[in-house]
Design a protein around this ligand. Structure first.
Ligand code: NAD
Ligand code: DAU
Length: 355
C-alpha cells in the first residue's frame, strides 16, 4: 500500500515539532512540514528526523494560496494537522495584526485550499482537517469549575479571539461545505523545544543566566499544564479516531499557580545546578506589572477524549517538569540558536520588566 501523507502546519514550532517527531519516529506516515519560520519556528527542533526520507519541508506562509494549493496537489495528503499560529498572548497585546493575519486569514486560506482539494478526491473517506486550538477560547474561570466541549466561547485577549475566530471558521466549513474536520482545544503545554518567551522556559533560562524571574501580578493565576508529548499523541489520535465535526478538549488535571510553577523550577535547579553562592534561585523572583486583561484560571475536563478516543497522559507535572528542566540544562545550544536578533530587539522594545 502506498505511504499515507500528512501535512503538518507549524511543524518547526514547539508542539508542531513534537507532532512531526512522533509521526516519523512512531508511525509510518510521510510528513510534509509547512512552516514560514517566524521567530518562533526553528528547524533545529527537527534535527533527529530531518534526514528521514519520509520527512519533507516546505517554507511557506499559510496565507499563500498558490503555494498551499500546490502542496496539496503535489503531495496528495490524507489529512492536515494545522498548528501554525502566532501563539504568544503578550505579543498579541502589543501587536494583534499578525495574529489576525496568520490565525484567522491563514486558517481561512487553508480551509479553502483543503476544500478545493477534497472536492476533487475520488475517495473522500480518508481525508481529515484537524485544527489545533486552545483552552483560552473559553475565557477565564473562577476558583472552581472546568472547561469542556460544551462550554460557551468567551475569548478575552487578541490571541484567544483570533483562535476562537479560526475555530468558528473551521466549524463553518464543516457545516456549510462538508469539509471533514476535527478540532482539539488543549491546555498550557510545556516540555523540550519550548520557545523561551513562554513562562516555563523563560524562567529556566533566566534563572541560569542570573536574571530576574518575572512574575506577573501576584503569581496567583492558575494554568493547567500538559507535557507536550502527551498533547502530540492526542492530536494524532484525533486525526486517526476523531469523529467528524467534533471537538476534543485535552488536559491532564495539573493545575498550578504561576508562583508554584516558578518555585518548583527553582527547587529543581537548586538540586541539579546549585548557584555558586549557594543561595536559592527563588532569590531571583521579581514581581512585575500584570498582563493586561490577564485571564485568572484555566482548567480542563478531558473526559471526552479519554472515554471516546482512549487518550491518557503519560506524564504528571512532577515528572514532566523535572524532564523539562534537565532538557534545558543539556540543550543550552538550542536556546542560544533560537534567540534571534529579531526576537531580542522585540523584547527590548516592548517589555519594561525584563533585565
Ligand atoms: P509556536 O509559536 O511554538 O509555533 C508556531 C509555528 O508556526 C512556528 O514554527 C512558526 O514559524 C509557524 N508559523 C507562524 N506563522 C506562520 C504562517 N503564517 N505560516 C506558516 N507557519 C507559520 O506555537 P506552539 O506553542 O507550538 O502552538 C502550536 C499550536 O497549538 C497553535 O495553533 C497554538 O494556538 C496551539 N496551542 C498551543 C498551546 C501551548 O501551550 N503552546 C496550547 C494549546 C494550543
Ligand atoms: O492555555 C493554552 C495557551 O497557553 C496557549 O494557547 C498559548 O499559545 C500559550 O502561549 C499559553 O498561553 P499563556 O499566556 O497561558 O502562557 P505563558 O507561558 O505566556 O504564561 C503562562 C502564565 O504565566 C500566564 O498566567 C502569564 C504568566 N507569566 C508569563 C510570562 C511570559 C508570568 O507571570 N511571567 C512571564 O514572564
Amino acid at each position: 500500500m502506498a505511504q499515507k501523507t500528512l501535512l503538518v502546519t507549524g511543524g518547526a514550532g514547539f508542539i508542531g515539532s513534537a507532532v512531526v517527531r512522533q509521526l516519523i519516529n512512531n508511525h509510518d506516515y510521510r510528513v510534509v512540514n509547512i512552516d514560514k519560520l517566524t521567530y518562533a519556528g526553528n528547524l533545529e527542533s527537527l534535527k533527529e528526523v530531518s534526514s528521514n526520507p519520509r520527512y519533507h519541508f516546505e517554507q511557506v506562509d499559510i496565507c499563500d494560496k498558490e503555494n498551499i494549493s500546490r502542496i496539496f496537489n503535489r503531495y496528495q495528503p490524507v489529512g492536515i494537522l494545522h498548528l501554525a499560529a502566532e501563539s504568544h498572548v503578550d505579543r498579541s497585546i502589543v501587536g494583534p495584526g499578525e495574529f489576525i493575519q496568520t490565525n484567522i486569514v491563514g486558517t481561512y486560506n487553508l480551509l479553502e485550499c483543503a476544500k478545493e482539494y477534497y472536492n476533487q478526491l475520488a475517495d473522500k473517506t480518508l481525508f481529515k482537517f484537524v485544527h489545533i486550538s486552545t483552552d483560552e477560547v473559553f475565557g477565564s474561570l473562577g476558583d472552581t469549575g472546568y472547561f469542556s466541549e460544551t462550554t460557551a466561547y468567551n475569548p478575552r485577549s487578541p490571541y484567544s479571539s483570533s483562535k476562537a475566530s479560526s475555530d468558528m471558521l473551521v466549524r463553518a466549513w464543516y457545516h456549510t461545505y462538508n469539509l471533514p474536520v476535527v478540532i482539539t482545544n488543549c491546555t498550557n503545554n510545556y516540555g523540550p523545544y519550548h520557545f523561551p518567551e513562554k513562562l516555563i522556559p523563560l524562567i529556566i533560562n533566566n534563572a541560569l543566566a542570573g536574571k530576574a524571574l518575572p512574575i506577573y501580578g501576584k503569581g496567583d493565576n492558575v494554568r493547567d499544564w500538559l507535557y507536550v508529548e502527551d498533547h502530540a499523541r492526542g492530536i494524532i489520535l484525533a486525526y486517526e479516531k476523531g469523529q467528524l465535526g467534533e471537538s476534543y478538549c485535552i488536559g491532564g488535571h495539573n493545575e498550578k499557580t504561576n508562583l508554584e510553577v516558578v518555585q518548583t523550577i527553582c527547587k529543581i535547579l537548586d538540586e541539579l545546578k546549585p548557584k555558586v553562592d549557594k543561595a536559592s534561585y527563588t532569590s531571583q523572583i521579581t514581581y512585575v506589572t500584570d498582563r493586561a486583561g490577564h485571564d485568572y484560571r484555566y482548567a480542563m475536563d478531558p473526559t471526552k477524549i479519554q472515554s471516546e478516543l482512549g487518550w491518557q497522559p503519560q506524564e504528571n507535572f512532577d515528572s514532566g517538569i523535572k524532564k523539562t528542566v534537565e532538557w534545558y540544562l543539556d540543550n543550552h545550544e538550542w536556546v542560544e540558536h533560537v534567540l534571534s536578533c529579531e526576537y531580542q530587539q522585540w523584547v527590548q522594545k516592548n517589555y519594561d520588566n525584563r533585565c
